[in-house]
Design a protein around this ligand. Structure first.
Ligand code: GLA
Length: 412
């Protein structure tokens, strides 16, 4: 048995290979849990929820657009068990301190910030949906997701707790309801008026597959992520995403304004219901150049998603790479959610001969850029792009070869 050979402290020294093995992760996290909380209280259960990237279709999930995310094989892991009293204790193996509240306090304190807001939001949402959480719990977190990098570690946290708590407290909830509840936690507790893409991808991700999600109808289909000799490289700019929350809400409000101006002429209730040729005919209604640019991004980005899926299905990676580049330029010039660091990483990656296309992924401002790169050139690509990026910005980027993994789940 793996667990007999793994003691506390081992997880923080694990190799990349070990960290890609669920059996190792479960055994090692349980050993850490026992050493942190002690054996009294019985054994814990282990849950996982992945990070996500978005291949294309950025900032249109709140405009009724189609998006094309992938759940990654990097996950947030949670060992958890109920307590006999009404106290909640959550520790993170990689961070000092702990979250400690009574059940009555959780969500009631205005002083809560950061991590605590997500927990409060999920607890409040589950209770509002009818869950009876009448005992406290203790939990230990460990993550292989780059945190705060724009790959939705927040949705991973929400869904990991969502799946774990509903199971621990025998609360049956439809997965789509859990997704909506997590999105609401983000709106009401964290204050970001996000779309539904992240929570959806984290909940419904499937190994080896990307997901084409129509955010107007919530109908989705899996599309095999078959890239032949190529792979998706995830590059973390390590540029802080400080503006992400406030600017995000600002963009959303700008889209609503643009829609209100276009609606009388076009009779649509979402920006992405407008086809590019229709938009071009009515664009004069948007006198404010900022609103014009925001709406143009949404309409054309939605069209790029359609073409990207077509290109991938036809195995036309050159075309897909070209659409990725167009998406980045639109996010830079029309939607204005990139940053000098993201643009530098995009430029450095796009200039490399092994790269067919690159673009920022997620909310933007900081965070990550993805690139479609010849697999055999991954090491050389990372080294050269990394050097060029540091020369341009003084920052050091992290590189990961990404793979599509499964959605939120309990580890067997
Ligand atoms: C964040 C939000 C998503 C989506 C992306 C941008 O990740 O949580 O809903 O809007 O930004 O595409």
């Amino acid at each position: 048995m793996v667990s007999d050979t793994i003691g506390a402290g081992r997880l923080l020294r694990a190799s990349a290979l070990e960290l890609s093995d669920d059996r190792f992760l479960k055994a090692a996290l349980l050993a850490e849990f026992q050493s942190s909380f002690g054996p009294a209280g019985g054994s814990a259960r282990v849950f996982a929820a992945p990070a996500r990237i978005n291949l294309i279709g950025e900032h249109i999930d709140y405009n009724g657009g189609q998006v094309f995310p992938v759940a990654l094989d990097k996950c947030l892991y949670l060992a958890i068990r109920q307590r006999a009293d009404d106290v909640i204790v959550i520790r993170n193996l990689q961070l000092p301190g702990e979250y400690r509240r009574s059940l009555a306090e959780a969500g009631a304190s205005d002083a809560d910030t950061g991590f605590a807001l997500y927990i409060d939001g999920m607890l409040a949402g589950l209770r509002a949906a009818g869950a009876t959480i009448d005992h406290g719990f203790e939990a230990l977190l460990f993550s292989t997701v780059p945190m705060g990098a724009g790959v939705s570690s927040s949705a991973a946290l929400e869904l990991c707790f969502g799946v774990a708590l509903s199971s621990l407290y025998n609360f049956t909830i439809d997965r789509l309801e859990l997704v909506k509840l997590a999105q609401k936690a983000e709106h009401d507790f964290v204050g970001v008026q996000c779309g539904i893409m992240d929570q959806f991808a984290v909940a419904f991700g499937r190994r080896g597959q990307a997901m084409l999600l129509d955010t107007a109808s919530l109908v989705y289909q899996y599309v095999p992520l078959e890239l032949g000799d190529f792979c998706i490289v995830l590059m973390n700019s390590n540029f802080p995403r400080a503006l992400a929350g406030s600017k995000y809400n600002e963009r959303r409000a700008e889209c609503d304004k643009a829609l209100a101006l276009l609606r009388p002429a076009l009779a649509v209730n979402k920006l992405c219901a407008i086809r590019p040729e229709q938009f071009d005919r009515q664009a004069g209604l948007l006198v404010d150049p900022v609103l014009l640019r925001r709406a143009r991004h949404c309409v054309y980005e939605n069209e790029r998603v359609r073409r990207s899926v077509e290109a991938l299905r036809a195995g036309d990676l050159v075309r897909f790479g070209e659409l990725m580049k167009q998406s980045h330029l639109s996010l830079r010039d029309d939607y204005e959610v990139t940053s000098p660091a993201l643009d530098a990483l995009f430029d450095a990656a796009s200039g490399h001969e092994a790269c067919l296309g690159a673009r920022m992924t997620g909310a933007g401002f900081g965070g990550c850029v993805i690139a479609l790169v010849k697999r055999a050139d991954y090491n050389e690509f990372s080294a050269r792009v990394g050097q060029a990026y540091t020369a341009l910005t003084g920052l050091v980027a992290d590189f990961y070869m990404s793979a599509a993994g499964d959605g939120a789940r309990e580890l067997a």
